[in-house]
Design a protein around this ligand. Structure first.
Ligand code: TYM
Length: 334
């Protein structure tokens, strides 16, 4: 069977981008068709300035939202990265496979490092090695597919390179994975700045819809979305990024098979498009918010799901990581 691995880092409240770019596929398709593991990648949240209590709180919140969005522990494995030692064990070995130059070429590293330096901060070494830990997350489980949004495609490419290189040098050890992007909404843009990605750690939140936003808050954010200077509704990311973004959000939320281009033909005004998009977003988020509130009343249940998930994950990752240790020349412990 196909093995799937993906994760979300607890660096902020989850956004509509995380849902449409990743979580929605996991829930509606991936958990039903493959042996899927979904991970709260908490170690990755330590690569930038962080508040320990907040990371802990958000880790629980992300796990709760996995369940609230519809991931079913009877169908897939849900766990927290730091609960399974194999991730960091394998990461070191992969650091011995990767070069510093290829790390410095990663777009997200360049952007985040530049941002840290611009605000006078220092860049944590773990920010540079972040993609290696991500590769370890994926390769430890022999994942065939990695369902992610567009911004993670480069990291999955790097993971492939590392897997191929390791296999060539030390003998076949790793499955070479591939990224799987959603057909629409692989890159949901900020509603106030449709040329930049909707991101959970952005400071200005007016263009970001959070999964736990109240209906009227989410509705208002969509209704106030920046649109473009034309008046015709067409799906053109270059010429009309604001409208294209709304069309993609609408198509993804309604599961409209025709997609954004066909949807565009049905609208003659921006106002009507915004109104329908706002309602579609509100209806998409409603059941998630409701289930999240119910699950918050039962933290013991979430803990138990994560405990069982980590146990299964450990059992899967252990043999692969042991094999990598042996292949690279380490003396097995007896
Ligand atoms: P993270 O936590 O930033 O985002 C989680 C997932 O949401 C997707 N995503 C988006 N998709 C569409 N539009 C957006 N605006 C948007 N914002 C985020 C991301 O592409 C991602 O799929 N490095 C990863 C976490 C990670 C991981 C892994 C993923 C660590 N190890 C192993 C897959 C496999 C990250 O920072 O995602």
């Amino acid at each position: 069977t196909t093995r799937i691995f993906s994760g979300i880092k607890p660096t902020g409240h989850l956004t509509l981008g995380n849902y449409l770019g990743a979580l929605r596929q996991w829930v509606t398709v991936d958990q039903h068709r493959a042996d899927a593991l979904f991970c709260v990648v908490d170690l990755h949240a330590l690569t930038v300035d962080h508040d320990p209590a907040r990371v802990r709180r958000l880790s629980r919140q992300v796990a709760t939202l996995f369940l609230a969005a519809g991931l079913d522990p009877a169908l897939c494995t849900l766990f927290v990265q730091s609960h399974v030692d194999e991730h960091t064990r394998l990461s070191y070995v992969l650091e011995c496979t990767a070069s510093d130059g290829e790390m410095r070429r990663m777009i997200q590293y360049k952007e985040k490092a530049a941002k840290e330096r611009a605000t006078g901060g220092s860049v944590r070494l773990s920010l540079l090695t972040y993609p290696v830990l991500m590769a370890a997350d994926i390769l430890a489980y022999g994942a065939d597919e990695v369902p992610v949004g567009d911004d993670q495609a480069q990291h999955v490419e790097l993971t492939r390179d590392l897997a191929v290189r390791f296999n060539q040098r030390y003998g076949h050890t790793f499955t070479v994975p591939k990224a799987v992007l959603p057909a629409v909404a692989a890159r949901v843009m900020d509603l106030q700045d449709p040329t930049s990605k909707m991101g959970k750690s952005h400071a200005d939140t007016s263009g970001i819809v959070y999964l736990l936003d109240e209906p009227d808050v989410a509705r208002r954010k969509v209704m106030r979305a920046v649109t473009d200077s034309g008046s015709e509704v067409v799906h053109d990311r270059e010429a009309q990024p604001g409208i294209a973004n709304l069309l993609e959000i609408l198509a993804a939320c309604t599961g409209d098979d025709g997609g954004p281009a066909e949807l565009a033909a049905r609208y003659s005004s921006y106002g009507a498009l915004k109104k329908d998009t706002a309602e579609a977003v509100v209806e998409t988020l409603r059941p998630i918010r409701e289930r999240h509130a119910q699950l918050c009343a039962d933290p013991g249940y979430v803990d138990e799901v994560l405990r069982a998930g980590a146990e299964r994950a450990r059992g899967l990752a252990r043999p692969t990581v042991d094999a990598a240790y042996e292949a690279i020349g380490l003396l097995p412990a007896r």
